[in-house]
Design a protein around this ligand. Structure first.
Ligand SMILES: [Zn+2]
Ligand SMILES: [Zn+2]
Length: 334
């Protein structure tokens, strides 16, 4: 874990959702809308509502959507969050970039910006200037912070300070400087549409079936999946800083929430995560199932993930054992 990812500890104010409220971050000017983000998010939600049209439903696309929530969601959970932000394990560069491309298909910004904002959140969680605390209000944390300008968080100084390691990579820097990330998203949407059309042609044997399956795959398999993964990720910022239980006193308002824990495949055990952000696992009890960690373990088993950071209590026990061994080695034998 990089030093930038280490959360500041020892906040003076104990957050309490019932008594402690935060104003908007200082540099936010209400009403200054980030139009490209606002329009994109609005448009995607409108298109996603097309799933109510029966003509657009196919089982192929519906199953693709469900599988896609987990698969592409891992681009955010496993890659952007645990791999790039917290460096809780390492993978070969080719695999890291593959995961980044999967994450770009979630349309949740570039790795440099995502990492910088999340480390910024860890450094100031539920205190000024946390970019997305729900102690401002729920909608601000869920989506408002994405569509209202916040020059205090979204500036080159913050990106350099909190994500210099990510931005030192030429590919990730190129993603910041060009619209390649948009084209990658469009290319994957086109590919899904074409595959859907191919399946439709195979199943129905005519152009009408190909068009229907292609459109179904685009709306269900790409647009709706993108919107649902957005809300799952956003829920980690909003719901798990308001609702749930606190296993640890972490100096902010993070919670373990079983619903987000299930939907975000382990990211909802957010109080555990704030307690020990370096750990690759958020599972501190048997019932706090962390499927994202199981995926990391799977990569480790096949030799693709290395230096998987263990939970804090295991790291501490190992350090104590090492110290005890070193002390014994230093003792003269009689
Ligand atoms: Zn948090
Ligand atoms: Zn984190």
């Amino acid at each position: 874990m990089t030093s930038a990812a280490t959360p500041t500890v020892g906040h003076d104010i104990k957050p309490d959702s019932t008594t402690h409220r935060l104003p908007l971050p200082d540099e936010v000017v209400p009403g200054r809308v980030l139009w490209p983000y606002a329009i994109s998010i609005g448009l995607f939600h409108i298109i996603a509502f097309a799933v109510v049209v029966p003509w657009l439903f196919t089982w192929t696309a519906a199953i693709t959507m469900v599988v896609g929530i987990f698969f592409f969601g891992q681009g955010i959970n496993l890659c952007y969050h645990r791999l790039l932000t917290h460096r809780s394990f390492v993978v070969p560069l080719w695999l890291e970039r593959f995961f980044v491309i999967i994450a770009l298909c979630c349309l949740q910004d570039t790795p440099g910006k995502w990492v910088a904002i999340h480390r910024y959140h860890h450094n100031h969680s539920d205190h000024q200037p946390d970019p997305h605390s729900p102690l401002v209000h729920f909608l601000w944390a869920h989506v408002g912070w994405l569509i209202i300008r916040n020059p205090g968080a979204h500036n080159i100084g913050v990106y350099r300070k909190f994500a210099s390691d990510v931005l030192s990579d030429r590919f990730y820097l190129k993603l910041e400087k060009t619209l390649l990330w948009v084209w990658i998203y469009i290319a994957h949407a086109a590919l899904f549409t074409l595959i859907g059309a191919g399946v439709g042609w195979f199943v129905g044997g005519d152009l009408a079936s190909a068009v229907r399956y292609g459109a179904s795959m685009l709306v269900w398999g790409v647009i709706l999946r993108t919107v649902l993964v957005w809300h799952i990720t956003w829920s980690v910022n909003s719901i798990t800083h308001l609702f749930g239980y606190q296993r640890y006193e972490t100096g902010e308002n993070s919670r373990n929430n079983w619903l987000v824990g299930l939907l975000a495949v382990g990211e909802g055990w957010h109080n555990n995560h704030h307690h020990d952000p370096a750990s690759a696992s958020n599972q501190h009890k048997w019932y706090e199932i962390d499927l994202t960690f199981y995926a990391i373990k799977g990569l480790e088993v096949v030799g693709l993930a290395k230096k998987v950071t263990k939970p804090r209590h295991v790291r501490q026990a190992e350090r104590q054992a090492e110290r005890a061994t070193a002390a014994m080695d230093g003792q003269p034998s009689d």
